[in-house]
Design a protein around this ligand. Structure first.
Ligand code: NDP
Ligand code: 8X3
Length: 252
C-alpha cells in the first residue's frame, strides 16, 4: 500500500518541492493551499508523471471551521495518513517593533501558530486511531535566534518550536513521531511575500551567497520521514554553508 503525506502550503516553495519529492518516491498526497489553480495544476502534473493519487484541498489554515471540518471529514482511505507536514506559513515585514504593522502580526500569528494548531488538531485523531503517524513542523532558524526586524515572525516560529516539543511529549504514548525542521535562508516565494511583491528587496536577501533551495529542504524532509519506525529526528537545523544562524551570513 502506498504511503500518504498531507502537505500544507503545497502551492509554492518547500511544500511544492516536497509534493514532487514524495510523489516521485511513490507516495500518495493530500496537498493544500489557498491558490486553487496552482493546487489543481500540481495535482494533475504529479498524477500523470508519477502515477500516484492526489487529493487537493483548498482552504485557508486561518479559517478554523473550514480547516477542522474539511480535514476531519476526509474520505476513509485518505485518513490513513503517515506524515503530516505542517509547512504553510509566512513572514510579513521586517520593521522594528515600534513601527511594525499590527495586521502583519495578526496574520503571522494566525497562520504560523493558530493555523498549524488547527491542522494538527484535525489530523492527530487519525494518527491515534491508526496507531501510527509523524508530524513534521517547519519552524525556522528564526525559532532559534531572534534577529533585528524579526520580532513577531521569530516569536511565531519560537511558539511553533514549543508546540513541537509539547506535541512530542503528549503524543509519546501513542508512538507518534514529532519533528521540527528549522531551515535557514532558502530562495522560494517567502521574501516576495514578506516584502509584498517588492522584487528588489526580495532578491537582495539572496545576493552574495548560495542560499538553500526548496529541493534541499524537501530532500531533508523526505529523509526525516523515511527513517526506521524506532528512529525520530526531534530537531533538525539546516542552513546553507554560507549561513551560521539567523544573524550571520557570509555574503561576498
Ligand atoms: P512560500 O511563500 O514559497 O510558500 C508558502 C506556502 O504557504 C504557500 O504554498 C502558501 O499557499 C502557504 N500558505 C501561506 N499562508 C497560508 C494560509 N493562510 N492558508 C493556507 N496556506 C497558506 O514560502 P516557503 O516555502 O519558503 O515557506 C514554507 C514554510 O517554511 C513557512 O512556514 C516559512 O515560514 C518556513 N520557512 C521558510 C524559510 C525560507 O527562507 N524560505 C526558512 C525557514 C522557514 P497559498 O498562498 O496558496 O495559500
Ligand atoms: C525564514 C528565514 O531568516 O527570514 O524563516 O527567518 S529568516
Amino acid at each position: 500500500m502506498k504511503k500518504i503525506i498531507l502537505i500544507t502550503g503545497a502551492t509554492s516553495g518547500f511544500g511544492k518541492a516536497s509534493a514532487e519529492k514524495f510523489a516521485s518516491e511513490g507516495w500518495n498526497l493530500i496537498i493544500t493551499g489557498r491558490r486553487e489553480e496552482r493546487l489543481t495544476d500540481l495535482a494533475k502534473k504529479l498524477t500523470k508523471k508519477y502515477a500516484v493519487e492526489i487529493l487537493p484541498l483548498v482552504f485557508d489554515v486561518r479559517d478554523r471551521d473550514a480547516t477542522i471540518t474539511l480535514l476531519s471529514k476526509l474520505p476513509a482511505k485518505w485518513t490513513k495518513i503517515d506524515v503530516l507536514l505542517n509547512n504553510a506559513g509566512l513572514a510579513l515585514g521586517t520593521e522594528p517593533f515600534e513601527s511594525a504593522d499590527i495586521d502583519n502580526w495578526d496574520t503571522m500569528i494566525n497562520t504560523n501558530i493558530k493555523g498549524t494548531l488547527y491542522v494538527s488538531k484535525a489530523v492527530i485523531p487519525f494518527f491515534i486511531k491508526n496507531k501510527k503517524g509523524h508530524i513534521i513542523n517547519i519552524t525556522s532558524t528564526a525559532a532559534k535566534n531572534v534577529y533585528p526586524g524579526g520580532n513577531v515572525y521569530c516569536a511565531s516560529k519560537q511558539a511553533l518550536d514549543a508546540i513541537t516539543q509539547a506535541q512530542r511529549i503528549d503524543l509519546l504514548q501513542y508512538g507518534i513521531k514529532v519533528t521540527s525542521i528549522a531551515p535557514g535562508a532558502a530562495e522560494t516565494e517567502f521574501s516576495d511575500i514578506r516584502f509584498k511583491g517588492d522584487k528588489k528587496k526580495a532578491d537582495a536577501v539572496y545576493k552574495g551567497y548560495q542560499p538553500l533551495s526548496a529541493e534541499d529542504v524537501a530532500n531533508t524532509i523526505f529523509y526525516c520521514a523515511t527513517l526506521p519506525k524506532h528512529v525520530c529526528i526531534n530537531d533538525l537545523v539546516i542552513t546553507c554553508t554560507a549561513q551560521a544562524n539567523s544573524l550571520f551570513i557570509n555574503k561576498k
